[in-house]
Design a protein around this ligand. Sequence first.
Ligand code: SF4
Ligand code: SF4
Length: 456
Amino acid sequence: MQYRNRFPTGIFRAAMTASLLTFPKGGVHPSESKDLTAQLPIETLPIPDELDILLSQHFGAPASAVVKKKAEVSEGDIIGEVEAGLGAPIHASVTGQIKAISTAAHPVSVSAESITIRTDPDASAREYEPCDWKTLSRDDLLAKIKDAGIVGIGGAGFPTHVKLAPPSEAGVDTLILNGAECEPYLTTDHRLMLEHPQKVIEGAEIILSVLEIQDCRIGVESNKGDAIETLGQAARDNAAKGGPRITIDTLEVKYPQGSEKQLIQSITGRRVPGFGLPFDVKVIVQNVGTAAAIYDAVVLGKPLYEKVITISGRGIRRPANLQVKIGTRLRDIVDYLGGTTPELAKVVMGGPMMGFAVPTLDIPMTKTTSGVLFLAEDEIDTRPHSQCIRCGWCLDACPMGLSPNEIGIYVEAGRAEDTSQFGLFECFECGSCAFVCPAKRPLVQFIRLAKMKAKK
Ligand code: SF4
Ligand code: SF4
């Protein structure tokens, strides 16, 4: 989708943000649009009558169901496991009975296998007792993270227990927690840092312990001043009790500040090579939400089966930050929030820059859902695209220094296979190029198509 381009002038913006940390190349300044939900405390969505828990919620092989139809399950039970390869277990988010093992709408792959649970209305919420995790070994901590099904909840859902075990020769020395939340509209990380700072800080301490390092930096964009202050206080309180050094770095508000490579460069000045990984520059990055989920998994023994999401846009009657059970259907969320408005033009899973338009409200929430936007006509750009006018704006906007204009031209000419020379596989589909393009060219769609064809 194209997100409407409404950025302020570069000179004014640069003057305002000269002292803040940022990455040197490219980036854009979309309208933040966070005011609809930034001040709204997290509320808990009532448990719906039924949920669809997708078995494909992480990077790697989908899980297989380990329960049968009509089985009784309790909140937190494992219902799906990955037999071989990369993956993470899936847990029941409610107590109830397995109604079906079939398929449900999927945010990216149209549909996927899922387990439908009919909720027991008389069941009470499962309670968890905190444990003293400091007595646990590194292997025990990793096992707890793995068993709880923790994946990177701010991105593609990469299994966290794998990411936290980099090769020892990498010599990782720095943990970065990503609290940038640079996508417009989304405020889940903001509210989490503000309302549960101690979970984020102790989650960071657990990760440092697993990585056997001392230095943690948390990057937060300057538009979340209250969260910066609250987290900073929690970090100081933790340090006063003998905890490790955790510093909060204030970042310039610039998209895509929260992408791994840009965040690392902003905070440490280290540049991850084109096809490299963060540990190539001795860094591991985790989202602040993942750190909080690690706290739940390790300290409480609670698996990842609920999460905070933002519901926003002028197409929903009551925008909100909601804690939802994984598997909750979007339709139940919309009903709870009073329905949609007549202005609704498009529903997008995720942020407006990197999210996907979805055609149905039957889609269930997953471990990686950060939010759902209900956008009105004037929040999106529906103008048709035209020929490339060779203005070069997309080259200036690309944080990776790629040539998206050339990729688009080659794809249109039926030469998608020849586009790797323009950095095709270094593109992480941030959408900055399409955002600035005056010809409204669907550059990210061209890039996805070229990747598909080049892989074939
Ligand atoms: S989508 Fe890809 S080509 Fe476009 S700006 Fe982002 S990284 Fe660069
Ligand atoms: S911004 Fe659009 S019109 Fe300008 S060079 Fe890039 S693709 Fe072409």
